[in-house]
Design a protein. Structure first.
Length: 277
């Protein structure tokens, strides 16, 4: 039997209880403001309509004409996501290098703490990254559809702008999370910032950068599908048409295509991490 003297209470139990109660107190107003009503799915004829639509998912459409159309739409979706990510990387990598403290020269002699003016010089770049990622890609897609018309161009530009802000922020934080000693040693020995990045930061950050980049590419594929509903091309536009026509078999085939694309992206991420981590 345990001696009561040696039984210690969890010092964080009270704070956890308070946080749990606060979360529950905020949950109810949030549900009320969101007007969540699951019962509407089973109200009246809604359940019958949904069941009728879902019953059309089997068998998935597999005729030759539709498969050719699905193949073209899939390639267009991949092209939108890849082109958007390429443009985003062209902006994110330089911005990440400018926004990070990992390559600060003033931090070498200050124990890793840059001067205030060095921090102030980074804020415009950080502000730009905040601006780019603060507007969702679907909003950019709507704006570009108005500006350049229907088609993949709107989707590519929307992904490029939003994902440049996301990638730049995360890259800057990845650079700051690695061991700073090799970078400081290189800068202290007279090396340039690019040399310190290439030989001090990049070898440690490559795995995380590749993993996050592939994950963002996977997200870009899903985003390009969503943007297709507003006229940005790809699988989303074809799915919107199939849903409007209640073609459940075609929708099922496109959903299976999404599943395969995400699975391939996950396998690619695993292979890259196994090779470079």
């Amino acid at each position: 039997m345990l001696n009561p003297v040696f039984i210690q209470r969890d010092p964080a139990a009270r704070s956890r209880l308070v946080l749990t109660l606060v979360a529950l107190a905020l949950l109810w107003p949030g549900l009320s403001l969101s007007e969540l009503d699951i019962g509407v799915l089973f109200d009246g004829s809604n359940a019958e309509i949904m069941a009728s639509f879902l019953s059309g998912f089997w068998p998935p459409a597999h005729d030759a004409a539709f498969l050719r159309l699905l193949g073209r739409a899939t390639l267009e979706t991949l092209a939108i996501a890849t082109a958007g990510m390429t443009l985003a990387l062209a902006v994110a990598i330089p911005c990440g290098l400018l926004a990070t403290r990992a390559l600060s020269i003033s931090a070498v002699s200050r124990g890793g703490r840059p001067h205030w003016w060095a921090q102030a010089l980074r804020w415009p770049v950080r502000g730009l990254l905040i601006l780019l990622r603060s507007v969702p890609e679907i909003v950019w897609a709507l704006l570009f559809v108005r500006a350049v018309g229907l088609g993949p161009t709107a989707g590519v530009l929307a992904i490029a702008i939003t994902y440049a802000g996301m990638l730049g922020k995360v890259y800057a934080e990845i650079f700051e999370s690695v061991d700073p000693l090799p970078t400081r040693a290189l800068i202290g020995a007279g090396g340039s910032r690019l040399q310190a990045f290439a030989y001090g930061v990049l070898p440690q950050a490559t795995g995380e950068m590749l993993s996050y980049t592939v994950y963002r590419w996977e997200c870009a594929i899903r985003a390009s599908v969503v943007m297709g509903f507003v006229g940005a091309g790809g699988l989303g536009q074809q799915m919107d048409l199939s849903i409007r026509m209640f073609a459940g078999g075609e929708v099922a085939s496109m959903l299976l295509t999404f599943l395969v694309l995400v699975l391939l992206a996950d396998l690619l991420s695993q292979q890259l991490r196994r090779r470079y981590v």
